[in-house]
Design a protein. Structure first.
Length: 419
């Protein structure tokens, strides 16, 4: 598959081969990562990468757009069907640019956004002080009322929103294992005159697969998302508008020419392919199995007495306080488990007293291993191996775990096609 790279650039070829071997023999538990089909990979490497396509279908700034328009229209129509939206912009290069584009479409500098605090499960683009967004917009934050159950303090959210009058009330998260009460978000947003927006980057595939609730059904006006993670497509972003043509036009103008130049047409083709895969009935089974497998892993940790943020999971991810549970930092746990062929990420927990680069928690999930066909029994065993490694931390235990993980991976290769 990489014959031309091998002949032309051996260094890059070796790195790609090494990554392929790592993915083949280990297992991927980072909740924001997944495997794509060969059809998606073919689209990414297609001749569409050669074409500049500034603008939108039917309104491009360069000629020769007959086929790019077909591809982008397919992607938009399939995305709208998947999520029940009237409008879709599939051009954002990633999730963060999608959020930034949405902000600039709806707000003026100095306007207020209310989003989830990063330490309680939010995302950097939801208003963390390290981002440049905080120099442009005013962010206020909400948190969990009870870290052990994941309950959001909606009454406090309402009081703060009434005081600060945000223009956007932003739901969504990157490390929150529960579902949100969408109706309460919409009710509060309408009460204070805010636009309710949901960042579904982590759970887009679960929504598309009807395994969790769709925010549009509760009155959210806009959803932003990535197209990888649970949606199992290429790395990219997307903005969906429920029914407002006015908002959709503002978003289109904000993405181009406001923030981006030519869209990545090869990536948009890959998005179209993955959306078709997600429209297949088999994807609903996949989405439900992702949650079933995550719950199976959470149950093993809970049975061992581990502290899980929110007390378990209702979606695709688990956030474990390993510092309290196993007296090991999240950074050291990540490295130790990586030696055993288990890839996950260190992650801060709510009100963490440790530093972000070596926090108290680890975050892991099941989108990728479910793609490989892992079932509840397999996921239970993976969780057991994780606990053994975290407790014993010796070479023999790590070595045995690595061998068993390789055996499990060998029995569950990544499928070439998802349809």
């Amino acid at each position: 598959m990489y014959d031309y790279i091998e002949a032309q650039d051996k260094e890059v070829f070796d790195a790609i081969e090494g990554e392929e071997e790592r993915e083949r023999t280990g297992i991927e538990l980072i909740p924001s990562e997944n495997y794509v089909s060969l059809a998606v990979r073919e689209a990414l490497s297609s001749v569409l990468t050669n074409k500049y396509a500034e603008g939108y279908p039917g309104k491009r700034y360069y000629g020769g757009q007959r086929y790019t328009d077909i591809v982008e229209d397919l992607a938009r129509e399939r995305a709208k069907k998947l999520f029940g939206a009237k409008y879709a912009n599939v051009q954002p290069h990633a999730g963060a640019p999608a959020n930034v584009g949405m902000y600039f479409a709806l707000l003026e500098p100095g306007d207020t956004i209310m989003g989830m605090d990063l330490s309680h499960g939010g995302h950097l683009t939801h208003g963390h002080p390290v981002t440049y967004l905080t120099k442009i917009f005013n962010f206020i934050r909400y948190k969990m009322k009870d870290v052990d159950t994941g309950e959001i303090d909606y009454e406090e959210m309402r009081a703060v929103a009434k005081e600060h009058k945000p223009k956007i009330l932003l739901a969504g998260y990157s490390a929150y294992p529960r579902e949100l009460d969408y109706q309460k978000f919409v009710d509060i947003a309408r009460e204070v005159g805010a636009i309710p927006v949901m960042d579904v980057a982590h759970i887009a595939g679960l929504i598309a697969g009807k395994a969790v609730k769709n925010p549009f059904d509760y009155g959210f006006d806009i959803m932003t998302t990535t197209t990888h993670k649970t949606l199992r497509g290429p790395r990219g972003g997307m903005i969906l508008t429920r029914d407002s043509e006015e908002l959709a036009k503002k978003i289109d103008k904000s993405i181009f020419p406001g923030l981006q130049g030519g869209p990545l047409m090869n990536t948009i083709a890959a998005k179209a392919v993955c959306f078709k895969e997600a429209l297949d009935p088999s994807f609903e089974t996949y989405a439900k199995n992702v949650i079933t497998n995550a719950k199976a892993m959470a149950d093993v940790f809970l049975a061992d007495g581990a502290r899980l943020i929110t007390g378990g999971t209702s979606n695709h991810l688990v956030l474990a306080d390993v510092w309290t549970s196993y007296q090991i930092s999240g950074g050291d746990a990540e490295k130790l488990l990586d030696e055993a062929g288990i890839t996950l990420n260190k992650n801060s927990i709510a009100d963490d007293t440790r530093k972000p680069m070596d926090p108290s928690g680890i975050r892991f999930g099941t989108p990728a291993i479910t793609t490989r066909g892992f079932n509840e029994k397999d996921c239970t065993r993976v969780a057991e191996l994780m606990i053994e490694v975290l407790k014993k931390r010796d070479e023999v235990t790590v070595g045995k775990a690595k061998k068993e993980i390789a055996d499990l991976s060998g029995r569950h290769p990544v499928p070439e096609s998802f349809i």
